[in-house]
Write a protein that binds this ligand. Structure first.
Ligand SMILES: [Zn+2]
Length: 147
């Protein structure tokens, strides 16, 4: 990255950390030519992914909607906003990194379930009960038996 002060072509990264919401990376850079320091904020470059619904309709992958559903599943659970943000980014990146421009709703749901399963088991069960349209406890038992 070019130095904004002297336009030197190559600057060094001194420190790199994710922001609180996990959406951006904050980098401290130093120019080896003029010695000045500056900060950059880099957003994950995410290719736009279309989600294909069961009825065939398509809509743009909506990160805010994903976070809203994670928040619902993880209500009152010991999980931080940052963990939720990181999980959302992971799911979003999984599809864009694979170079997929369209994903069925089902794949998004499966990715959320896989992420929740490692993050918080109660949240996972809550999400699964809505996602699989559980009728009663026997469905939970069946789900656990499948694993
Ligand atoms: Zn410089």
């Amino acid at each position: 990255m070019k130095c904004p002060f002297c336009a030197h072509d190559d600057t060094q990264v001194k420190d790199s950390r994710p922001s609180d919401d996990g959406k951006t990376i904050r980098r401290r850079r130093e120019c080896p030519s003029c010695g000045r320091r500056f900060t950059t904020f880099e957003r994950f470059q995410v290719q736009q992914v279309m989600v294909v619904k069961r009825d065939g309709r398509k809509e743009l992958f909506d990160r805010d909607k994903l976070i809203a559903s994670l928040l619902t599943a993880l209500r009152k659970r010991p999980v931080t906003q940052q963990q939720i943000g990181l999980l959302a980014t992971e799911i979003e990146q999984r599809f864009s990194d694979a170079g997929r421009s369209e994903v069925p709703t089902r794949d998004v749901g499966d990715a959320v379930l896989a992420g929740l399963k490692t993050l918080d088991f109660i949240g996972y069960l809550r999400y699964a009960s809505v996602y699989h349209d559980f009728a009663g406890p026997e469905d939970v038992v069946k789900l656990l038996g499948d694993k």
